[in-house]
Design a protein around this ligand. Structure first.
Ligand code: AMP
Length: 169
């Protein structure tokens, strides 16, 4: 059902990439609500204490899921966006590297964290997010995605954490 609200955009942001566009899903109230309900059912809220969302599309699903689950929300952001003391992790892109950051006091020691993003592709972004959460003392309860691009084998890179995804391509 959610697949119907995901639009494939070829050659975005560059040639050869088939972009999974979530904006039709966000635009439709009942479909968006149903999607959050499905994420809620996918990972038992008793298994985590707080949700971490990865900027920026991870915020769009992580924050409503946190609200529905009655948990707090922690942003993992692009470099230079967080106002307080932060730690950062870099990760490889097809060309060059990128970086994400988290506040040093974002999670309490041993707190169980569910990390949320929209798409699992190569797993590089989530791999860096897992390291960040551990760096600030959190325990990674699992990772959760709306979509998983199976042919990119992102799961292999995340072999030491639980990986949950709603739709597999
Ligand atoms: P990766 O680090 O390779 O797993 O890429 C994951 C990040 O890139 C996620 O934050 C996604 O939002 C984005 N991403 C990667 N591939 C796609 C795609 N085909 N469509 C939409 N977003 C993508």
């Amino acid at each position: 059902m959610i697949e119907r609200y995901i639009r494939d955009v070829p050659d975005f942001p560059k040639p050869g990439i088939l972009f999974k566009d979530i904006t039709p899903l966000l635009q439709d109230g009942p479909a968006f609500a149903h999607c959050i309900d499905q994420l809620l059912a996918l990972v038992p809220p008793s298994s985590y204490d707080v949700i971490c969302g990865i900027e920026s599309r991870g915020f769009l699903f992580g924050a409503p899921l946190a609200l529905r689950a009655g948990k707090g929300f922690v942003p993992i952001r692009k470099p230079g966006k967080l106002p307080y003391k932060s730690v950062s992790q870099s990760y490889d892109l097809e060309y060059g590297t990128d970086r994400i950051e988290i506040h040093v006091d974002a999670v309490a020691k041993g707190q169980r964290v569910l990390i949320v993003d929209d798409v699992l592709a190569t797993g590089g972004t989530m791999g860096a997010a897992v390291k960040l959460v551990r760096q600030v003392g959190g325990t990674v309860a699992g990772t959760c995605f709306l979509m998983e691009l199976l042919f990119l084998n992102g799961r292999q890179r995340l072999s030491d954490v639980a990986v949950h995804s709603l739709v597999k391509y």
